[in-house]
Design a protein around this ligand. Sequence first.
Ligand SMILES: [Fe+2]
Length: 219
Amino acid sequence: MTIAVETFAIHPLEVGRMENFVYIIQDYSTNHVAIVDPGWEVDKLLRFCENHCFEISQVLLTHSHYDHVNNLDELLSHCHAEVHLLEAEANFWGKRSEMFRLHQDNDSIFLGKTEIKIWHTPGHTPGSACFHLGDSLLTGDTLFVSGCGRCDLAGGDPKQMFYSLQRLRNNCPPETIIYPGHNYGITPFSTMEEQISHNPFLQFDTLDDFIEYRLYGHR
Ligand SMILES: [Fe+2]
């Protein structure tokens, strides 16, 4: 499946044994691509880029959990790419690299003519990020189709998750397409409008009720 929008296209690849999505953002003007969350099956990813004559110039990380970054070093051995992540996540992870470009909330990243905004959405991890471009939002493990990321792992915080989800709910137009970090829903992708009407984690207006449901309810 390939979704073409404006200056860019987003190519999803489902990889690994945890239903992860790796996304390839293609800028039409340059045919440069950004790889989002290079976990698992780097060969499949490289073959896809080679077949489409893509040049990998950037890597974007939504967060540092193993299933999202385990092929980062392997990928970087095949290309010369900058790695973009939030400074808060780099501090949580404890990894350093000369290829890292550390960001703050609302920074912009340019891939050719495509502007990608990085939003700080903590809750799953302290430096979890969502990437916003055009009508698309790549949500990592912050927002899933009909779910949201766990908050009971190291660095998780359900209070922060509540405010991060509120931010997404209140700032994304209804037609925004949601590209999550895992294929956990009844459909792989969705829209913000669908999520606002169906996702149980977007139905809470009070913090305490959300925390109770996130920690003791269902995914
Ligand atoms: Fe995660």
